[in-house]
Design a protein around this ligand. Structure first.
Ligand code: NI
Length: 262
């Protein structure tokens, strides 16, 4: 059964240059039925679309990550919009704010880029995939203002923040961080998030779950994250995969039985 929906991966990443096609071709046989590949720059958004054109089970998100906020061409929004014309582009992402590194674009630049892409998503009636690293307050302020559909991926906020994200109508993406030895808040969030708002993700090639932490991640490792969350919730892993695939299909408007033609 190809029940698993990996709602966030980066197969455009150079970490897959050696074996991208071999690995992706294997995914259906490993139980991974659907993958949403998230762009992070204009270039990787383009590659994301190319992967979606090549693999029936790959869908794309196009958008510019806060790490890429500097030096954008003036028509970047038009370029993203043009990529979104392809029917297998199901979201704008990943977009957001990242205050972790000192050498990132200034906060005001990141906020303007995020706001512009939130407005574009609303105009195109597409959901967003939100990246929030050490920027909870400013991310929430913009989500309250724009009220997009979407998911806060690799969710790292508190249970209280999770409740507000859910009350805005959005979804919570959880991945490998839930399995880490020191995980406390992600485990609390995994226990409290309404099951109909939870998405599973890998963020491959990053965020490998335990016991593969630090190694290259791929979508098949989502089982390890699923096992931990299913145990926290007291449900079977098959039930968790079924629910989270249905959630992703609802958010990204994908019919799991009838793939969108390439
Ligand atoms: Ni990502």
């Amino acid at each position: 059964m190809n029940a698993i929906f990996d709602s966030h991966a980066h197969y455009d990443d150079a970490a897959f240059d050696e074996d991208r096609d071999r690995l992706l071709s294997l995914m259906p046989s490993l139980g991974v039925g659907h993958i949403l590949n998230a762009g992070a720059s204009l270039r990787s958004s383009q590659t994301s679309v190319e992967l979606a054109k090549r693999y029936p089970f790959v869908y794309a998100a196009c958008g510019i990550h806060p790490e890429e906020a500097s030096g954008l061409p003036s028509d970047y929004l038009g370029q993203i919009e043009a990529l979104c014309a392809y029917p297998k582009v199901r979201a704008i992402g990943e977009i957001g704010l990242d205050y972790h590194y000192e050498d990132m674009a200034p906060k005001t630049v990141q906020q303007e880029l995020f706001a512009n892409q939130l407005a574009l998503a609303n105009r195109l009636h597409l959901p967003v995939i939100v990246h929030d690293r050490e920027a909870h307050g400013d991310v929430m302020a913009l989500l309250r203002r724009y009220r997009p559909r979407g998911v806060v991926h690799c969710f790292s906020g508190s249970v209280e923040m999770m409740r507000e994200v859910v009350s805005l109508g959005m979804y919570i993406g959880l991945g490998g961080a839930v399995t880490f030895k020191n995980a406390r808040v992600p485990v609390e969030v995994a226990g409290a998030v309404p099951l109909d708002r939870l998405l599973l993700e890998t963020d491959a090639p990053y965020m490998s779950p335990a016991p593969f932490r630090g190694k290259r991640c791929d979508s098949s490792l989502i089982r390890y994250t699923g096992e931990v969350i299913a145990r926290i919730r007291g449900i079977s892993i098959d039930e968790l995969f079924r629910i989270t695939a249905a959630n992703a299909a609802r958010l990204f408007d994908i019919n799991l039985e009838e793939p969108i033609p390439l």
